[in-house]
Every structure is written in structure tokens, then in C-alpha cells.
Design a protein around this ligand. Sequence first.
Ligand code: NAD
Length: 384
Amino acid sequence: MTQHVRLGVVGFGWMGQAHARALTRVRHHYPDLPVVPELAMVADNAPDSRLELAKDSYGFAATTADWRELVTSDAVDVVSVTGPNFIHAEVAVAAAQAGKHLWVEKPAGRGLAETRAIAEAAARAGVHSAVGFNYRNAPAVEHARELVRAGRIGEVTHARFQMLGDYAAHPQGAHTWRFTRALSGSGVIGDLGSHGADLAEYLVGPIVRVMAQDCTFITQRPASVGAASHFSRGAGGPLETVENEDYVSMLVAFESGARGVLEASRASVGEQNAYGFVIHGRTGAIAWDFRRMGELRVCLDQDYQAAMWSTRLVGPGLAEFGVFQPDAGIAMSYDDLKVIEAKRLLESIVSGVPTGATLADAVRAATVAEAAMESITSEGWVKL
Ligand SMILES: NC(=O)c1ccc[n+]([C@@H]2O[C@H](COP(=O)([O-])OP(=O)(O)OC[C@H]3O[C@@H](n4cnc5c(N)ncnc54)[C@H](O)[C@@H]3O)[C@@H](O)[C@H]2O)c1
């Protein structure tokens, strides 16, 4: 039987709009999904025209400036929690208590305690969840996981995960909520490090020990004006103090015995969305770079030394690629990863079986982040 699932979005910026587009497109790519998605309501309090955009361009049935109206509305079944980090927990817990399924952007909470509170509220209410760990949805990443699990690189010895960006590299970059502990929680540890931790655990397995260092390269920024995004510049206003880190590097140890390095930065000049990994095993290696999403670099079935790499172009036979493009070498997009995320959430709702990244994964990533921060303070290894 086909079920109607009505989406409410709290926070209609970059991610809120990406969720809405994904839900709109999900049946284009997965016509057999027994769900009719509907765009029900958007809540956003920005003093600009984004509520009109939601109605006029996206086709949402209703809008409001008050997220409380949305999470308690009888016209909403799933709530996308896509506002700034400081409203995630309040919105998500209220939505779960009202019986709504949750599609929460990362980092789910401003730290481990809030992330656990969201996960517990969802569990108590018996609602399903998806979390925006979109990079694990890339077909090349899923293929890498299959190859690692099939032993094609042998026992994993060590791995490197890198999440480098330049969105905060400009000294005039506006001092938005992202740079304040009370509003954001950690800096890049939660923002990009959470994606890295999720990829690391998805591909190599549980992390059991962490030692980290951090740095804030730009310690003051001009105040933001209006509804500033990641990328806004300050308007020459007074300087405000940056309270959280621009950079983190962590040594990590996996339960399997493998060793690793996770590095994340929001202020790396020359790097834009430079997200990826290299995983080494006893008989091979595998590497991926988000900026070349459809390529997987593999070093399989080689001799121990002078081993050679080749590049696989991900094609229709691998993971979800075939529902987006008919042949290898045709690029998938970031938004496609969100379509896969939407599909997995809807599948969870219909089947009752959690599919894809859920709040349990958000709790894992937040546990790694918390351990990293504890390690920065104690200047030593921290066990998870
Ligand atoms: N998964 C990913 O790859 C990814 C990428 C970017 C951002 N994110 C996460 O998504 C979240 C949103 O980030 P973004 O880049 O879309 O931010 P954004 O600034 O573009 O959008 C946030 C929106 O929330 C609205 N908002 C703020 N306070 C509100 C309130 N009280 N009620 C209703 N609306 C409110 C703002 O007006 C804005 O429209 C963050 O948690 C971020 O970490 C995830």
C-alpha cells in the first residue's frame, strides 16, 4: 500500500532546501518506493523572502516563522532539522515527542549530551531517523566498503581521513553562529570532523582511542549582518572572538587494531570540500576524493612492493549509481547523495527497519568528537 509522507522543514537555508529537493526527486529515481512524498510546511525566521521561495518555487503547502507550529502540526509526518546547530536538539526532541520521524543534519547536537538526548527522544517515541552523513552514500564509498569487507586489500593496517575546507579561511569571513561555543558547540570537530568520524567507522569499524590537537588560526572575525551563511563576509563591523577551533588532527585507533589519522579544517587555503580517505591493508589500498566522486582509486591483488594503482569509474552495477545515471563516467551530484538519504529514511519508515545513517551513528560520531575534545584538554589519549 502506498503511504503519504509529509515533510516539514525547520531551517530553509542550504540544507533545508537540499532536503526539499531530495524528497521531491526521490520517486523520480526510486519509482517503486511505496511512498508518496509531499512538501507540507517550512519554518524559518529569516527576515528575507525564503518562505515565499518555499511556497512559490518549491511548492510547500504552508509556511511559518515559528518552528513550534510546524513540529506539532497534524499535516507533518517527518521533520527535517536543518537550522543552525543551536536549535537542533530543541526542535528534534519536540518533533519526536509529537511523533514525527526525524531527518537531522549533522552534527545532530552541539555535543554528545544533546545528541544522546535527541536519539533517546526518538527511541522513546518509536520514530525513525536519518542523519546527514551524506558522504557514506556515494556509490564509490559503498563500493570501497564492500572491497574492504571482502578482504580485497587484506587486513586494514592504517587509514587517513581528511576533511579540509576553506569556508572560514578569509579573515573577513563573518562571525556567524558557527564560531560561538554556545550556538555551535565545537568548531570544525563537529562540523567536518563528524563526517570524517562517520566515514572512518563506516569503512574501518569502531574507533576505540583518540589523541587530538586543535588550533584556531583566525581568532577574531567581523560581526555578521542578517541571515549570514557559511560563506558570508563581515561588513567591517566590530571584531568578535572566535570561540572554537578552525583545525583538528586526531590520531585514532580502531577496534580491529588498525591505526589512523583524521584531519579536519575549515580554514585551509587552497582546499575546497577536499574530503576523502586512503585506507591501507596488508595486500592493497583504496582511496577516494569527494571532488571526484565517481572515481575510486584501487590497489588490489598486488604484490607487497611496487604495487600499482588503477582508477575505477563507478558505474550502474555499483551501489545506487544506476538509478541516477545510465553509464560510468557521468557525474553524480552532491544533491544525489541527499536523494539516497531520503530514500533510506522513507524505506525505514515503510519497512520499520532502520536503513542508512541514523541517530545511532550521530551518537557514535559525537562520542569521537567528545573524546577528541577531552584529549585536547588533557593532552593525552582518551578511550571511547
Ligand atoms: N550534511 C552536510 O553535508 C551539511 C552541509 C552543510 C550544512 N550542514 C548542517 O546543516 C545545518 C544547517 O546548515 P546550513 O548550511 O543549511 O545553514 P544555513 O544558514 O544555510 O540555513 C539555516 C537556516 O535556518 C534558519 N533558522 C535559524 N534560526 C531559526 C529558527 N529559530 N527557526 C527556524 N529557522 C531558523 C535560518 O534562517 C536559515 O534559513 C547545520 O547544522 C550544518 O552543520 C550539513
